[in-house]
Design a protein around this ligand. Sequence first.
Ligand SMILES: Cc1cc2nc3c(=O)[nH]c(=O)nc-3n(C[C@H](O)[C@H](O)[C@H](O)COP(=O)(O)O)c2cc1C
Length: 291
Amino acid sequence: MKEFFLNLGNLKLNTPLMLSSGTWGWGENLSKFLSLAEIKYSIGALVTKGVSLEPKEGNPPPRIAETPCGLINSIGLENPGIKEFKAKYLPPIKLYEIPVIVNLFGEKIEDFVGLAEELKEEVSGIELNISCPNVEKGGILFSDNPKLVKDLVREVRKIWNSFLAVKLSPVGPVFEVAKSCERAESDALVVANTYPALTVLSFKPLKILKGGLSGPAIKPLTLRLVWELSQRVGLPIIGCGGIITGKDALEYLICGAKAVQIGTANLINPKSVAEIMEELEKLLKTYGLSY
Ligand SMILES: Cc1cc2nc3c(=O)[nH]c(=O)nc-3n(C[C@H](O)[C@H](O)[C@H](O)COP(=O)(O)O)c2cc1C
């Protein structure tokens, strides 16, 4: 393995694989399934579950449902709030000695700035989840308003010098939002979050579950977004959506992603990141490619 694989802003990755937000708990089980060597060899960065200023209870159950080739989740961004996160959850995650990127969300721009203030000097990077409503703009999603996203990234940038990525929603004015991130000096784009979806659960009475669709079902859609964005925007892209195998990861890299995030695969098989890395290395050799 190389000394390091990639510089994204001032973030150095040993491998192109990251664990995506919300799909590996708070890290409590990571070392139960993967040896320390496997963790170091396969994971370039850990992206935490979304954290807000105040604790959030999340949605009542049911919160997760399987669909053909995918998963719908409606967790509702449950988290302990930034203070408890820093005191209780962050220290053990940092022990892995892999870059930690904290996924942040808020109801207004000042929330994101406050969160970034709390994390100064604490972690390698932050990832702004813009698939959340802005209360000051009547509840419109940040991701639906390119100007709002530009203001958000600019304000956070004023106080945050380390790695800053924006996690795009796959729906809405995606290309305009990506351009806003570029103008506001984001270091990278994470493409993308889950797709708004709905399933009917076979409970009695039947129950509708609205949430975000992830897993293999979304891979062709997100892959196309990665490709199109890589043609139109100068920022490095971190692909995320339906990566289950090394071949899936390779497809993202071929389509313009500099790195990728693994999400739902962790819920199916907690060792998947190590298996994906092994397969990816073999495939790169087979096709005579390097990274
Ligand atoms: C159970 C679950 C919880 C998630 N929580 C978050 C979150 O807190 N913040 C966020 O930005 N994305 C969250 N995501 C989205 C994932 O990080 C990822 O972007 C998405 O699932 C697509 O990748 P995948 O198809 O590999 O799962 C969550 C996804 C799942 C399945």
